[in-house]
Design a protein. Structure first.
Length: 332
């Protein structure tokens, strides 16, 4: 039985999930492996848990969503909280879904624009649906690619974890944005983007609706942020036309990174702000649309985190993003 524990010392939530102990180790990440054994491939749909959602065209699925077999949290668990002296915890209520990005057993670097479109559209549809469950407060939406990023299946897939609490790091981020808005009347990330465009030292791509750039204080080498130019704060703000524009810029961004560093391990965060209010978000929830800007973060895992980073939660990046931008410009 899972449990969400709160550390008053570290000011963090930790999911204790014994079910995850049986998750396969990071051994199945080669795209040359036998797709006949892959549960995510076409024709092996009966090898996954029961399908929750899919996008289909001409009778064929383009993306599927299924419950994670090695779930960290469970919707069947009744949500409750408890305190035992100084120790505080919550029951392991929540949900954990796997998005099978494409029927093709390929590297993500071989994705077509349409495959990015289907993935992003599936995320939007799941956010819209999961918002209806008032017990779920926050959705962590992410993709792990490669051994160093924590991937355990080579078939392209993403994950959604729905929780009854908001991780402390996200609370702190949203409170910073909220404070900035109260002081300036503007969105923090929108002002950053405005200066990035003026500076033009780290911008990779810009289209009608979105921009991708390397943050000034990038935590990881080759880290990229993708955000919107129209002030939108959520996946649910985007119609299919804007999802298509987002797919274009995401594909171009990942492809140009691939041209420079080859196939690399990475994590992608598709940040969706809290979807329902609770004690963690009561202070700012009703103002999120006014102060928050939608974003995606691509974090290559070229170097492993070492003791300094882990113990101090402070990152060392050995490459200036301005230098990387100049190198990538040669591949345009």
């Amino acid at each position: 039985m899972s449990e969400i524990r709160y550390s008053k010392f570290d000011n963090k939530y930790v999911i204790i999930a014994p079910e995850r102990f049986h998750k396969p180790l990071n051994a199945d990440c080669s795209h040359d492996d036998d797709s006949n054994k892959c549960p995510f491939c076409v024709g092996r749909e009966d090898k996954t848990t029961k399908e929750i959602f899919s996008i289909r065209e001409d009778g064929e699925w383009k993306v599927r969503v299924v419950p994670n077999l090695y779930t960290a949290l469970n919707l069947e668990t009744k949500f409750n909280s408890k305190r035992d002296r100084f120790f505080e915890s919550f029951s392991g209520f929540g949900m954990h879904e796997v998005i099978i990005d494409t029927p093709r057993h390929i590297s993500l670097f071989d994705f077509t624009q349409k495959e990015y479109f289907y993935l992003l559209k599936a995320i939007r549809c799941r956010v819209e649906d999961l918002k209806k469950d008032m017990r779920i407060k926050y959705l962590s939406i992410f993709k792990n690619y490669g051994l160093n990023a924590g991937a355990t299946k080579s078939h392209p897939h993403s994950q959604i974890v729905g929780m009854p609490v908001l991780p402390v790091a996200k609370q702190e981020l949203l409170r910073r944005e909220f404070k900035y808005y109260k002081n300036h009347g503007r969105k923090l990330l929108a002002d950053i983007v405005e200066d990035e465009i003026k500076d033009n030292k780290r911008v990779l791509f810009k289209n009608r609706d979105f921009i991708s750039f390397m943050p000034y204080a990038s935590l990881f080498p080759f880290e990229v942020m993708v955000t919107t130019l129209d002030g939108s704060f959520s996946f649910t703000n985007f119609n299919d036309s804007k999802i298509d524009e987002l797919a274009k810029i995401l594909q171009k961004t990942i492809n140009i990174l691939y041209k420079e560093i080859g196939e690399f391990d990475f994590n992608i965060e598709f940040f969706e702000p809290p979807i329902n209010k609770n004690f963690d978000t009561e202070e700012f929830f009703d103002s999120i649309e006014r102060f928050h800007l939608f974003y995606i973060r691509i974090r290559p895992r070229i170097f492993n985190l070492a003791g300094f980073e882990v113990m101090n939660e402070m990152f060392i990046n050995p490459v200036e993003p301005e230098f990387i931008k100049k190198v990538l410009d040669e591949f345009r």
